[in-house]
Design a protein around this ligand. Structure first.
Ligand SMILES: *[C@@H]1O[C@H](CO)[C@@H](O)[C@H](O)[C@H]1NC(C)=O
Ligand SMILES: *[C@@H]1O[C@H](CO)[C@@H](O)[C@H](O)[C@H]1NC(C)=O
Ligand SMILES: *[C@@H]1O[C@H](CO)[C@@H](O)[C@H](O)[C@H]1NC(C)=O
Ligand SMILES: *[C@@H]1O[C@H](CO)[C@@H](O)[C@H](O)[C@H]1NC(C)=O
Length: 401
């Protein structure tokens, strides 16, 4: 009769388990009467009955297996002699020996021939580190925007730490840590420095610490810290060109005519600007335009001698409270020339009409002289000359009209 009741009770508890965590994955180990959920007397479930573990051969390796199994970090101590009070029922494990890497205490070897005399006065207990706390990452550098080649300094801190092994700095999307720093067992804060930044270092960072278990290779990583974003600016040297009227010789513009200087970059940042610097014999002139597009044109409507000199383009970015300025482009020399009188179309038309006039005049004089000489008579020399002069005068008048 009692057996039947027991069976019903057992079936009942099995039913609860089936409805609860799951019959096969259900808890098979628990800690009782401790200071918190991660310390206490170790109890294991076997044949649906909770029983205790004898403290023979009980040390940190076994305790680590229990703590890890329960999600309680690693063991801080393995306690003997019913330190958390005596249990009741069966003593299920009498001399258990783990390597420290087993998934559960049930998977550890038991020493068969030790035949220890175990009572509940020998009940084993553990004190685990508890769930590892999340570390906190902060930026030691005074800003979060960097230019390629600089270094960024972080600090990673954990509030409480025992058996600390090392700290890692991770970049989101990269599985291996970028910086690793070993520490003393109780050093709870480290500085993590990432040097020689490149553009691919731009992104989101977090840190993780690890604690060491009793077996040297037993390491447990904490959850990742908060994340911090950093920006890495790479300023490329801008390029430039200039445009002016086609008749101006290379490297020069003609006084009074317009010219344009265009600065261009391959890498754009928001809020950037182009600066155009003119270096003249008597000083420097600067002007700037917002770099809303990769190429920006500075327009000069009428070239003057004050526009003559060497032009340089710069790219300037203001980000995260810092100002970055690229290197200057190669110098662009521009000479301002007076309009060339020989080549000027207006001068040419003046010259052509002037020359036509002179040639016509000479022809008329020659023709007039030839006519005069034919009609010449020695006796009437004086009168005829006057006539010729009159003829020439008439011819000249006709030409003028
Ligand atoms: C970091 O940048 C990512 C996108 O790159 C963004 O989603 C996230 O909110 C940023 N985090 C912080 C703390 O600024
Ligand atoms: C301006 O000059 C550049 C380089 O000399 C040339 O490629 C471009 O076609 C010119 N643009 C105009 C509008 O003349
Ligand atoms: C300079 O640019 C302006 C517009 O930005 C344009 O109207 C002008 O034709 C350009 N001048 C030359 C010489 O290319
Ligand atoms: C430099 O010379 C130019 C003319 O060549 C003149 O317009 C300008 O005012 C001068 N600048 C200074 C700072 O003297």
């Amino acid at each position: 009769m009692l057996r039947i009741f027991q069976l019903i009770f057992l079936l009942g508890s099995l039913h609860v388990q089936l409805n609860g965590v799951g019959a096969f994955d259900g808890p098979h180990i628990r800690l009782l009467d401790g200071d918190n959920e991660c310390s206490g007397r170790v109890e294991v479930l076997r044949h649906n009955q909770w029983g205790t573990v004898c403290d023979h051969g009980w040390d940190l390796r076994e305790a680590d297996v229990v703590c890890l199994d329960l999600g309680c970090g690693l063991a801080e101590s393995a306690l003997h002699g019913a330190a958390y009070g005596q249990g009741s029922g069966e003593i299920w494990l009498r001399h258990v020996q783990c390597s420290g890497h087993e998934a559960s205490l049930m998977r550890c070897a038991t020493v068969l021939h030790s035949d220890p005399h175990c009572t509940h006065l020998n009940d084993a207990g553990v004190k685990c580190s508890g769930t590892l706390l999340m570390p906190s990452l902060s930026l030691l550098s005074p800003h979060a925007v960097f230019v390629a080649g600089e270094a960024v300094r972080f600090s990673c801190t954990v509030l409480l730490g025992h058996h600390l092994s090392d700290f890692h700095l991770y970049k989101q999307g990269v599985s291996t840590p970028l910086v690793t720093q070993r520490v003393d067992q109780s050093q709870t804060r480290v500085e993590l420095t990432l040097t020689d930044l490149e553009t691919f270092h731009q992104g989101s960072y977090s840190c993780v610490y690890r604690i060491r278990g009793s077996s040297p290779s037993q390491l447990l990583a904490s959850p990742p810290s908060n994340s911090i974003n950093i920006t890495v600016v790479e300023l490329l040297t801008p390029q430039h060109w200039y445009n002016t009227s086609t008749e101006a010789p290379v490297g020069s513009v003609i006084k009074g005519q317009g010219f344009n200087i265009t600065c261009v970059t391959k890498q754009q940042y928001p809020g950037a600007s182009f600066q155009l610097r003119l270096s003249r014999s008597n000083g420097t002139v600067r002007q700037s335009l917002p770099a809303l597009t990769p190429a920006v044109t500075f327009t000069f409507s009428s070239a003057q001698s004050s526009n003559e000199g060497y032009y340089y383009c710069l790219y300037r970015v203001q980000l995260g409270g810092r100002t970055f300025i690229s290197r200057e482009s190669q110098p662009l020399p521009i000479a301002v020339r007076d309009p060339d009188p020989v080549l000027s179309p207006m001068v040419i038309s003046w010259l052509v009409s002037g020359l036509t006039f002179v040639v016509a005049l000479i022809i008329i004089i020659i023709v007039a002289k030839v006519l005069c000489q034919r009609e010449e008579k020695p006796s009437e020399l004086e009168r005829e000359t006057r006539t010729c002069v009159d003829n020439t005068y008439v011819a000249l008048s006709i030409n003028k009209i």
